[in-house]
Ligand binder design. Structure first.
Ligand SMILES: Cc1cc2nc3c(=O)[nH]c(=O)nc-3n(C[C@H](O)[C@H](O)[C@H](O)COP(=O)(O)O)c2cc1C
Length: 186
């Protein structure tokens, strides 16, 4: 399908050990088409964004995170929704990666979004908020398909996503992300 391996960095927006959103990304790893590598990145170790810290030289964890984004051909974000918006740890990670804007690895980076919530809204509001944030960072967010996973607790068994329809929709999202990413490749 592709000439060289296409690298996708999967970022869970939840720090929770049994996170359904991390579960979506683990399913995506299983469903990735040939020629696609999906690596997960945990944002837990990133310090809180502080412009003073940035001025004196960002901590190693920040440099490591930015390098991982730069190396990736695309990002796949699985976000929960906290109080109708993006969870703090994920927003914090994006803020670090967005600096300085002129050299941010988020610029022109293809991104796909998905998200799971235990309620019925399936992270619609959090994903809309993420689209606004990624407009600011000049990232290229895949317009469709949407993947809003509702009532997530009913779709997992022993930490694994078992719902066939959701798995199929993740597969379709990956397929669309690969095509989207190839459009921007030099
Ligand atoms: C602080 C907080 C706020 C939340 N707010 C929302 C919300 O606005 N909408 C929603 O659908 N679920 C909300 N939830 C429930 C999450 O959907 C649920 O905790 C989900 O499992 C989190 O994702 P995770 O399993 O990946 O950790 C909230 C949970 C927490 C802890």
């Amino acid at each position: 399908m592709t000439e060289r391996v296409l690298r996708i960095l999967g970022i869970p927006g939840s720090l929770r050990r049994e996170s359904y959103n991390r579960g979506l990304l683990l399913a995506a790893q299983e469903l990735a088409p040939p020629g696609v590598e999906l690596e997960l990145y945990e944002v837990r170790e990133l310090p809180l964004y502080d412009e003073d810290l940035e001025r004196t030289g960002p901590p190693d964890q920040v440099l490591h995170f930015k390098q991982a984004i730069a190396r990736a051909d695309a990002l796949l974000i699985a976000t929960p929704e906290y109080n109708w918006s993006v969870p703090g740890p994920l927003k914090n990670a994006i803020d670090w990666a967005s600096r300085p804007p002129a050299t941010s690895p988020l610029r022109r980076k293809p991104v796909a979004l998905m998200g799971a919530s235990t309620g019925i809204s399936g992270t619609i509001r959090a994903q809309l908020a993420l689209r606004q944030i990624f407009a600011s960072t000049e990232s290229y967010v895949l317009p469709k398909p949407d993947l809003f996973v509702r009532e997530a607790a009913t779709l997992f068994r022993d930490g694994r996503l078992v719902d066939r329809e959701t798995r199929e929709r993740i597969r379709q999202l990956l397929e669309a992300l690969v095509a989207w990413t190839l459009r921007f490749r030099d």
